[in-house]
Write a protein that binds this ligand. Structure first.
Ligand SMILES: Nc1ncnc2c1ncn2[C@@H]1O[C@H](COP(=O)(O)OP(=O)(O)OP(=O)(O)O)[C@@H](O)[C@H]1O
Length: 248
């Protein structure tokens, strides 16, 4: 069964201006999914719906097989335990006034998760390769790549089954990018990644499944390697020609 799905979803921020039309997708355990498309094609909006930050006007979002009603606090809490986000910019994603310990333990409190917070903080800091004494420091004491590690640790502390990542490395320099990609690639089998990225090399490295969005519609979906090798839709062909390619 899928962990997360969109079924025939329509969405508009403003009436009469559709942003997503008839979008269906399904995230199976371990089936890392990459989402690509031109700027404005609706990638971030797909992630917002998957996160439960907005509800579609047509179709439905399935959370662990059940229709998600974001008006229900209980349903949203259950959904947040299933799905956690990582955003693009590690500089704005972390509250500068908080210690790393507080940043990391906040989701535990918000979701009333069991377990010893100190042990959980140690667990996730180790998972993202940060030293244990990071907990007492503040975001300003860390580099961009280290801040993104903190953001990933915050997402992981709730032991989500799906990590939704919106351009998680595009704000980082090249060598840091590679290290964060390695970190995401090494996620435990229990965590499935849904990744939006402009960088096809990043998507190809992390996601065996790919979905191509053009102006709010899916024009191609399937095995990443197959689509990159032989894109069947003209939009995908143009997109591949205009985006950075994976060196082979
Ligand atoms: N909060 C909003 N209110 C109104 N329109 C919005 C809002 N957010 C996005 N849009 C519009 O919805 C469309 C899709 O935006 P979205 O951010 O999902 O695209 P994207 O593919 O993620 O783009 P990018 O790659 O530039 O981040 C765009 O036309 C955008 O202008």
């Amino acid at each position: 069964m899928s962990l997360l799905a969109l079924e025939n979803v329509d969405f508009a921020y403003r009436p009469g201006q559709p942003v997503l039309s008839g979008v269906s997708l399904s995230v199976a355990p371990g089936g890392h999914l990459g989402i690509v498309g031109e700027s404005g094609s609706g990638k971030t909006t797909v992630l917002r719906l998957l996160l439960g930050l907005a509800a579609p006007q047509g179709g439905r979002v399935l959370s662990d097989g059940r229709p998600l009603d974001i008006r229900s606090r209980a349903a949203l809490r259950a959904h947040r335990r299933l799905v956690q986000p990582v955003f693009q910019d590690p500089y704005t994603a972390l509250d500068p006034r908080m210690s790393v310990r507080r940043i990391l333990t906040e989701p535990l409190q918000a979701l009333s998760l069991p377990g010893d917070p100190a042990a959980e903080v140690s667990r996730v800091l180790a998972a993202v390769d940060l030293p244990p004494d990071s907990a007492g420091r503040r975001p300003k004491d860390f580099s961009g790549g280290q801040r993104q590690r903190i953001a990933i640790a915050r997402a992981l502390i709730a032991r989500p089954r799906v990590l939704l990542a919106d351009e998680p490395v595009s704000a980082l320099d090249l060598s840091t990018r590679v290290r964060i990609i390695d970190l995401l690639a090494g996620l435990s089998r229990e965590t499935t990644l849904v990744l939006v990225s402009h960088d096809l090399a990043v998507v190809a490295a992390l996601c065996p499944h790919l979905l191509v969005l053009e102006r709010g519609r899916i024009v191609e979906a399937g095995a990443t390697r197959q689509i990159l090798d032989a894109p069947s839709h003209p939009y995908t062909q143009r997109l591949l020609a205009s985006l950075p390619r994976l060196p082979r």
